[in-house]
Design a protein around this ligand. Sequence first.
Ligand SMILES: NC(=O)c1ccc[n+]([C@@H]2O[C@H](COP(=O)([O-])OP(=O)(O)OC[C@H]3O[C@@H](n4cnc5c(N)ncnc54)[C@H](O)[C@@H]3O)[C@@H](O)[C@H]2O)c1
Length: 265
Amino acid sequence: MGKKLQGKIAFVTGGARGIGAATCWRFADEGVDGIVIADKLEDELHETREKIEQRYNIKVVPIKMDVSHEMDWIDALYIIREQFGKLDILVNNAGISHRARFVDCTVEAWNKVIAINQTGTFLGMKHSVPLMKKSKKSSLINISSIAGLTGYYSSPYTASKWAVRGMTKAAAMEFGDWGIRVNSIHPGFIWTPLTKQDREMVEKFNKINALNREGEPDEVTKPIVFLASDDSSYITGSELVIDGGHSAGGGVRMIGKDLGIYKND
Ligand SMILES: NC(=O)c1ccc[n+]([C@@H]2O[C@H](COP(=O)([O-])OP(=O)(O)OC[C@H]3O[C@@H](n4cnc5c(N)ncnc54)[C@H](O)[C@@H]3O)[C@@H](O)[C@H]2O)c1
C-alpha cells in the first residue's frame, strides 16, 4: 500500500465499473482518506463500495446519480459536505460512446452523448470547485480520450472529448488562483466493459499502436494517481496521453509495416 493520497478525499464519477472502479481501488491502495463513488448503476455501485470497504479501512460513500442532471450534482455535493466537509480530488470519468457518423447521427443521440460526456464534466467542475477551493491544493482530472486528440468515427463522442480537452485548459486558467490544478487524460483502447463489446475493433486498433496491445485499467489509474497527488504540483492545463503510441503516428506505423520498413527483426 502506498501513501500518495493520504489525507485526501476523492470523488470519482462512473466509478461502479471500468476505469472509474479501477481508479477507486487504486486511490484506496494509495491511502486516500475517503472516496465518493458516483454512478447510475446502483447494484455495481454498491458492490464496488462493499469490496473496497472490506479490503481497506476507509469510508466509501456511494451516490446514485446521473452526471448530466444538475440537481444530482447539487445533491451529491451536499452529501460530500455532510460526510467529509472537504473535497481534494474530482475525477470526471463517467462517459458513454455512441458510434454514428455525422450524416447518420440523430439529434437525440448527439444530445445524449454531449449531455453526459461534456455537460456532465462542466457540471462536475462547476459544483465541486466551491468545496475544492477550500483545500487550497486540489486536483481535478477530466477523462477525455484519443478521440479528443484526433478525428474518430463516432461523431458526438469525438465532439464531446475534444470539448473536455478544451474545457480542461480553460478551467485550469480559471481555477489556478484557488490552488486547483486541472488536467485531462487521453486513454487509447483500454480493456473495460465499454471496449469488451467489440473485441474485433480493439484488435484492429492494436495493430497500429506502437505496443501492439490494448491497455489495462491500471495502466490508466497509476497516471491518474500521479495527477491527483502532490507529485504533479506544477502540472495544470496539460493533457496526458495513455494510448500505447496510437496517436503518436498509428497511420505512419501501419504504412511502415506494409512497406517492410518496420520489421520485427
Ligand atoms: N475504455 C476505453 O478504451 C476508453 C478510451 C478512451 C476514453 N475512455 C473514457 O473513460 C471513461 C470510462 O470508460 P470505461 O471504459 O471505464 O467505460 P465503462 O462503460 O466501463 O464505465 C463507464 C461508467 O460510467 C457510468 N455512466 C455512464 N453514464 C453515466 C451517467 N449519465 N451518470 C453517471 N454514471 C454514468 C457507467 O454506468 C459506467 O459505470 C469514459 O469517459 C470513456 O469515454 C475509455
